[in-house]
Write a protein that binds this ligand. Structure first.
Ligand SMILES: Nc1ncnc2c1ncn2[C@@H]1O[C@H](COP(=O)(O)OP(=O)(O)OP(=O)(O)O)[C@@H](O)[C@H]1O
Ligand SMILES: [Mg+2]
Length: 348
């Protein structure tokens, strides 16, 4: 039962970023999902932005990792420690999750066992109640879509570890498609390209900067350039090269093709009425990938469907989980908790 002093949290536990909404306050935390540990002692050295700043700069005995892979928890201990650290940071004391009730987003298409494991991780950490909810539903709600109507909406969420396409209607997911390619795989593709083309080794943070600064989904975008520094693969010495946006377009293009294929496959599998609704309503694009230059226009051009970019692509999922907190007073699971969902996980 909900008590007056219970804290209500909506958590977007993402592969790249964790965003926490607290009822009554709004978004209270937005940090990278990264943990740094001392391999010799097992001690937790840093979490979030502090740990991310160590990537590529840490000595051998320091392990820096993302505890989630493709949206699911890959390392339960590290994920728990990370969440515990974040909640402590918000609460300003070590009460951790005691007296808290939580809605937490998970990628669509994960098994019920994986869902329960996430809920139980929260309960184990002291939460009174934890409900896992599919990310596209939360993202749509957080972007002000009326997901409870008998109207089909298509949500495309491009995060760090997964790209999820979901057709929603009447508060549930009717058809969905998840690919394990998203922001982080683009970064890896950029690293591979730079290594192959220029014999230059760069780290993930540099690859992400390249994507953000000169990455584009448009073949006709105004050319931009960027000087990057890396290590020469032959001499081992630092070297600088100038990259241009057309090169990054070519790298990103393969990823975009798989996203567009996933949209087509989802539309093909959804009932004709809903497909018709989607054409009328357009596609809602969210997640950090929605910020890639020209992506909305590109998807719209290739699918013939209008694309609307969420007002706040990086925070809409957490906002949506926050909005779901309102149903805690009810006894039953809300309709978006239905397990009857059609899903195809398409490995990249
Ligand atoms: N301006 C930008 N252009 C392109 N990509 C961007 C931009 N800003 C952020 N990103 C990318 O967005 C990704 C993070 O998005 P988001 O926070 O939605 O992912 P997540 O929720 O942690 O991951 P997932 O939903 O897959 O578990 C990162 O890969 C980041 O590089
Ligand atoms: Mg996400």
């Amino acid at each position: 039962m909900l008590k007056r002093f219970d804290k209500l949290y909506g958590i977007d536990l993402g592969t790249s970023n964790t965003v926490i909404y607290e009822k009554g306050k709004g978004i209270v935390l937005n940090e990278p999902s990264v943990v740094a540990t001392n391999l010799d002692t097992g001690e937790l050295l840093a979490v979030g932005a502090e740990a991310q700043a160590m990537i590529g700069r840490a000595p051998d005995h320091v392990d820096i990792s993302y505890p989630l892979t493709n949206g699911v928890i890959a390392n339960f201990d590290k994920t728990s420690s990370m969440l515990q650290h974040f909640i402590k940071k918000i609460q300003g004391r070590s009460l951790l999750m005691r007296s808290s009730q939580i809605y937490i987003s998970v990628p669509c298409g994960i098994t019920n066992v994986q869902k329960r494991a996430i809920e139980e991780t929260m309960i184990h950490k002291g939460a009174k109640k934890a409900i896992a909810v599919e990310e596209p539903l939360a993202a749509a709600l957080g972007s002000q879509l009326r997901i409870d109507e008998p109207i089909g909406h298509l949500v495309l969420n491009i995060g760090g570890g997964t790209s999820q396409v979901a057709v929603l209607s009447l508060g549930g997911i009717v058809a969905s498609h998840t690919i394990h390619r998203a922001g982080m795989s683009i970064d890896r593709d950029i690293m591979d390209y730079v290594k192959k083309q220029y014999s230059l080794e760069i780290g993930e943070p540099t690859a992400e900067q390249i994507k953000i600064q000169i990455g584009t989904a448009s073949a006709t975008a105004t050319e931009r350039s960027m000087d990057i520094r890396g290590r020469d693969g032959i001499s081992g010495l630092p070297r600088t090269v100038r990259l241009v946006s057309t090169e990054i377009y070519a790298v990103v293009n393969d990823f975009l093709t798989s996203v567009i294929d996933a949209i087509r496959a989802t539309l093909e599998r959804c009932p004709p009425e809903l497909a018709g609704d989607v054409i009328e309503q357009g596609i809602l694009l969210c997640g950090g990938g929605a910020l890639l230059e020209g992506i909305g226009e590109r998807i719209s051009k290739e699918t013939g469907v209008r694309v609307q970019i969420a007002e706040n692509p990086l925070e809409c999922t957490a906002l949506g989980t926050g909005m779901m907190l309102n149903v805690f007073s009810g006894k039953k699971r809300p309709s978006w908790q239905s397990d009857k969902q059609e899903e195809t996980a398409m490995e990249a």
